[in-house]
Design a protein around this ligand. Structure first.
Ligand code: PLP
Length: 418
């Protein structure tokens, strides 16, 4: 079968056996078949190389197939890939200890799962069991996953409505508004769940002191604070964790995406001993997962943290993030009618357009030129740039220039429509 025939075959199978509606959407954006990942690039069925500025929605902080993570996973694969569950596992113990070392003070114990939504599900159960309260303060546009619990605190009606009734107790306030969130946290509140930078809502950076104000409000009312670091964790924002920016220690932190080093799926819910005591002391099996904390995922997690530390990827995120943001801003300055803002921190950058559809058209032009990005799930007016933190300065400059060419062509197309 030729590469083109194989592409057509896969497209047809997606349409018949996977999800015809999703297949149409992906095909419209111009994506082919992914065949290989390498550093900052994805290679498709025609051998074309795409600079990956989507980064698997934040998964590829270390790039594709980082050799140290691959090596750690291969080594474990030859010993025992999954856990027998009855025995102690050294990888799991080492990773949990390392997480306790690198997360903000007070976070010491980790429950392992396999995805962001699962990490959030555990967090929600933990805060409910800890406080015996049900109210969860969350934010409009916030994204925490699509399982029932995580969806219940995800701030977008479009995703929630078809599945209602969801878990009760979710209360939503605008993101970034200190008074609104502090005012919503009261004596009935089990927890406030917050993304240190709102990712899928459109890369919104809150004002300095926002997380600290939430921490203080939670303390005043005996509520807990959940920092959802599924997207911001492991260096993406230029700090190891997004809440480091405000020097805040939450009671519970969720991690996933980049933690598997772009090689293994992993989820983690890190919490204080006080939280674990209330959840597990009477029943050590109160919340469990068959695959969570499996030896392969933990080997990948350990190797990933090591790479972030050894290669100074937090500093890189800050440095290369500055270069990319500057480049995108200069494109925005040439198209003030189409771009309303470029914002972000580290290598978590969003470009907001003044109109719907500009993002979709521009992404198609970017893909044509070998650059992959996507809009944020809860806000189609924002294209997100979340490339690997190992990106070079030259790649960042090229990405911004290519975005500029794509936007210029979109502007021409739009001009012919008026
Ligand atoms: C902040 C945040 N929390 C949770 C999730 C859900 O993660 P997953 O898709 O792995 O379930 C996401 C996914 O984008 C996220 O960005």
């Amino acid at each position: 079968m030729s590469p083109d025939q194989r592409h057509a075959d896969v497209l047809e199978k997606y349409s018949r056996f996977v999800n015809p509606y999703l297949a149409k959407l992906m095909h419209f954006a111009g994506f082919g078949l992914e065949v290989q990942g390498e550093g900052c690039y994805i290679i498709d069925h025609e051998g074309r190389r795409f600079l990956d500025c989507l980064g698997g929605y934040g998964v590829y902080a270390l790039g594709h197939r980082h050799p140290k993570v691959i090596e750690a996973v291969k080594r474990q694969l030859d010993l025992m890939p999954l856990s027998g569950k009855a025995f102690f596992n050294a990888n799991l113990a080492d990773l949990a200890a390392k997480i306790a070392e690198i997360t903000p003070s007070g976070l010491e114990l980790t429950f392992f799962s396999n995805s962001g939504a699962e990490a959030v599900e555990a967090a929600l159960k933990f805060v409910k069991a800890s406080t015996r309260r049900t109210k969860i303060v969350a934010t409009d546009g916030g994204y925490h996953g699509k399982t029932i619990g995580a969806l219940s605190v995800t701030g977008r009606e479009k995703y929630r409505r078809p599945f209602e009734p969801l878990m009760p107790g979710g209360v939503f306030v605008p993101y970034g508004d200190v008074d609104a969130i502090v005012g919503a946290i009261d004596g009935d509140t089990a927890a406030c769940i917050i993304e240190p930078i709102q990712g899928e809502g459109g890369i919104h950076v809150p004002p300095d002191g926002y997380l600290r104000a939430i921490r203080e409000a939670c303390d005043r009312h005996g509520a807990l604070m959940i920092a959802d670091e599924v997207q911001t964790g492991l260096g993406r924002t230029g700090d190891l964790f997004g809440c480091d920016h405000d020097r805040v220690s939450p009671d519970v932190m969720t991690l996933a995406k980049a933690f598997g080093g772009g090689v293994m799926p992993i989820g983690a819910t890190v919490a204080t001993p006080a939280v674990f005591e209330r959840v597990y002391s009477e029943n050590p099996l109160a919340h469990t997962s068959t695959f969570g904390g499996n030896p392969l995922a933990c080997a990948a997690g350990l190797a990933s943290i090591q790479v972030v530390e050894e290669e100074g990827l937090c500093e890189r995120a800050r440095l290369i993030g500055g270069v990319l943001r500057e480049g995108l801003q200069s494109v925005a300055d040439r198209h003030t009618d189409l771009v309303s803002e470029v914002r972000g921190r580290g290598l978590m950058i969003g470009v907001e357009f003044t109109m719907d559809d500009v993002g979709e058209l521009t992404i198609a032009q970017m893909v044509k030129r070998g650059l992959v990005a996507a809009y944020t799930l809860n806000n189609r007016r924002v294209i997100r740039f979340e490339p690997p933190l190992i990106m070079t300065e030259a790649q960042a400059v090229w990405a911004a220039e290519t975005f500029g060419e794509a936007l210029a062509e979109t502007a021409e197309v739009l001009a012919t429509l008026v």
